[in-house]
Write a protein that binds this ligand. Structure first.
Ligand code: NDP
Length: 675
């Protein structure tokens, strides 16, 4: 078989490996498979190409443009995923593993494409949070905004997820408007290279938005500035080395790390043998040991169980693991493939030997290796289960990660003890808890949350739909304190913000409105040239306002509304009782009556461009309305978000005032308006 030449993509050109390239073996056969690396890459040119070509092109696009680009990219990759599957077998991964890496990566990109359009504005500025009133009369306000970093993101990825590892970092980076240089781990970089080729060949990304370094990164990290960001996944040792780079420290270059951690799974004391929770616990633990042959940053390394359940857990888990078929990942009946390389195999055996110095091995899956036995040079390792009899004094059980199908069972006496043991990991990506008891869940969560990036609780009520201990979801934070690297990835729009600068903007409402493109209370309200409900999405201007005529609210209106709706609450119906209520002077109008009257005042009844009322946000009733008061409405276009070529969402600021111009209610109304 010819050796795969894994190229790099630098400053718009592909560079084949040169004499400095590293050899990569096939995980299944151990035979030479690929070669990667080129020490003549001009890293400074790559950085400036990203900063000067990719960055400006991305920053010209709005968040929605970039979100649509991500969607197109994800769909393109999905169309070509078979090629990625085929190649990825050589990393030792099974078809089920591919679904996590390849489909999971594409799915993550799709979630960012959707969130970008739903949760970010169709603009180049992201207003972060609400406007803050900084002065008594509201003439001086504050607003946080996020704008893209003007540098480049360097993504250094681990070998275990060559596709997901790239896409989960790339999606939020591109959505933020920042170009990326991706450096995959050499052991599996050929899969990443194919994925990058598919992306580049699609022509969907602007020039300079993505570059790839296969093999060594050279001295790239010595040339970073305050506008660049590094996101690293891999060993704690490499993370420490890279984040200690003097230039990175001097320039305060953002550096986030996601490192190996010793994640725990706790069996609740209520989840005894015979309960659905006990079976679920065993199933999840076995899955975490065997999926990706245990090469998952989130895999369960420590299985923490009640003393009374220890023997049962050892038996049930050993039984389940002994059914696992290990072998050539291309064979359809294989359930667990190989580690990525012979080096990883040596490393796992060495770490398992360390565990054996303080733990007893209670399961050895060597008997399941029949299918793999004809592949003696492959990086196959059987599942191994240890029992740690003295977890209070053990060190390796809590501190040495064998990055393979290896896990250690340990017992706890009380919930406090379980928490102490879980926290001995000194910072984890995830701890899971299998229990049906919400009090136990609360106690363990509050005791362990500070040591974890994620706490996953599962039981009979959620197990049919639960996503699994080991699955980082794009919606939720992925990362963890301490040993887990101290970084955060994913978590929806949070991850996008990691590639943007948050700036506090202070000034008048007109200044803030102009900068963010959102109308701000107090900013100029232009009179609408025609009723705004007769104007199409494209015609409506930010700040355009309709001021309605007043309408008096009578006692008959209140009583009519009360009987018509059935809301005869005493504050509307009983003068004496209402007067005893500290909030009301006597009988008052229903808040919902005011909303209904407001709609009656501002709505234009004829068929027109307003298609639907889709919601109402931030409703506040500020002053009671009593019989005889008059209310009027100011309806202002606050924000416009195009949804598609046919319609867009208009967010209106609605303010109801009384005859003395005092605000009685305020809210934001959402409508869909034809384009
Ligand atoms: P490393 O920390 O060695 O490598 C991670 C990434 O860093 C790779 O892309 C690697 O590239 C790169 N790298 C290493 N040294 C440098 C450097 N000096 N400059 C720039 N980039 C560098 O981890 P491994 O992949 O070798 O795995 C080792 C251990 O890490 C595993 O056994 C496991 O314990 C842990 N791990 C944790 C993961 C997690 O998700 N938390 C995932 C994978 C591993 P290259 O491959 O070219 O050396």
């Amino acid at each position: 078989m010819s050796i795969h030449q894994v190229a790099s993509f630098a400053a718009g050109q592909w560079f084949a490996p040169n004499s400095a390239a590293r050899a990569i073996d096939c995980a299944i056969t151990g035979a030479p498979f690929a070669t990667a690396g080129n020490d003549t890459l001009d890293v400074q040119l790559m950085l400036s190409y990203a900063r000067e070509t990719g960055g400006p092109a991305l920053r010209q696009m709005t968040f929605h443009d970039r979100a649509r680009m991500l969607k197109a990219l994800a769909l393109h990759l999905r169309e070509h995923r078979q090629a990625l599957y085929d190649l990825s077998f050589h990393t030792g991964a099974t078809q089920t593993d591919h679904l996590i890496d390849i489909d999971g990566g594409i799915g993550t990109m799709l979630v960012y494409a959707s969130k970008g359009r739903r949760e970010m504005p169709d603009s180049t500025v992201y207003p972060d949070g609400e406007v803050e009133q900084l002065s008594r009369n509201g003439s001086f306000l504050g607003q946080h905004i996020c704008t893209p970093l003007q540098g480049v993101a360097i993504h250094i990825n681990a070998f275990n997820f060559p596709v997901w590892g790239m896409l989960e970092k790339l999606a939020p980076t591109l959505l933020a408007g920042v170009p990326a240089i991706v450096k995959p781990a050499t052991a599996s970089c050929y899969v990443t290279e194919l994925c990058v080729r598919l992306i580049i060949d699609s022509g969907i990304l602007p020039e300079g938005a993505l570059q790839l370094v296969s093999g060594g990164l050279g001295d790239m990290l010595d040339h970073l500035s305050c506008q660049d960001a590094v996101a690293f996944t891999g060993s704690a040792q490499t993370a420490l080395k890279l984040r200690s780079n003097p230039l990175i420290l001097k320039n305060s270059t953002r550096f986030t790390a996601e490192a190996d951690s010793l994640n725990a799974s706790i069996l609740g004391p209520d989840a005894t043998v015979g309960t659905p929770e006990f079976d679920l616990f065993i199933k999840e633990a076995a899955q975490e040991i065997t999926t990706k042959a245990g090469q998952k940053c989130t895999a369960i390394r420590r299985i923490i169980v009640p003393e009374s359940a220890t023997e049962s857990v050892i038996d049930a888990l050993s039984q389940r693991l002994s059914d696992t078929l290990i072998g050539d990942p291309r064979a359809p009946n294989t359930q667990m493939g190989a580690l990525v390389s012979a080096a990883q195999k040596r490393d796992v055996h060495a770490k398992a030997a360390l565990l054996a110095t303080e733990c007893e091995q209670v399961f050895d899956g060597a008997g399941n290796m029949e299918l793999a036995s004809c592949l003696a040079k492959g990086a196959f390792v059987p599942p191994m289960l240890f029992h740690c009899a003295d977890p209070d004094t053990a060190t390796h059980a809590h501190g040495t990660e064998a990055f393979g199908p290896v896990s250690t069972i340990m017992s706890y006496r009380t919930l406090d003890h379980a928490i102490t043991l879980a926290n001995k990991g000194q910072g984890s990506l995830v701890t899971s808890l299998i229990t049906q008891d919400a009090d136990i869940a609360r106690e363990i969560t509050l005791g362990s949350a500070a040591y974890n990036g994620r706490i996953y609780i599962n039981n009979r009520d959620s197990m049919a739909e639960a996503t699994g201990h080991g699955a980082p979801l794009p919606h939720m934070t992925h990362g963890g304190p301490g040993r887990a690297g101290g970084g955060e990835e994913l978590g929806g729009i949070l991850a996008v913000k990691h590639y943007m600068q948050r700036t506090a903007i202070q000034g008048s409402s007109d200044m803030l409105a102009k900068i963010t493109g959102h109308w701000v209370p107090g900013a100029i309200q232009q009179p609408a040239p025609a009723h705004p409900f007769t104007r199409r999405f494209g015609e409506l201007q930010i700040g355009e306002t309709l001021h309605t005529a007043p309408r008096e609210v009578s006692l008959e209106d209140i009583e009519h509304f009360a009987h018509f709706t059935g809301d005869t609450f005493y504050a509307h119906m009983d003068e004496a009782a209402a007067a005893r209520n500290p909030f009301f002077p006597g009988r008052v109008a229903h808040g919902y009556l005011l909303l209904s009257f407001a709609a009656g005042l501002f709505v234009e009844p004829n068929e027109g461009p307003v298609l639907a009322n889709t919601g109402l946000d931030s409703l506040r009733f500020m002053k009671p309305v009593v019989p005889g008061d008059s209310i009027k409405v100011a309806l202002t276009v606050k924000q416009k978000t195009k949804r598609n070529d046919e319609y867009g969402e208009v967010r209106w600021h609605v303010r109801l005032t009384n005859q003395d111009d005092e605000a009685v209610a305020e809210y934001e109304l959402l409508t869909m308006v034809a384009y």
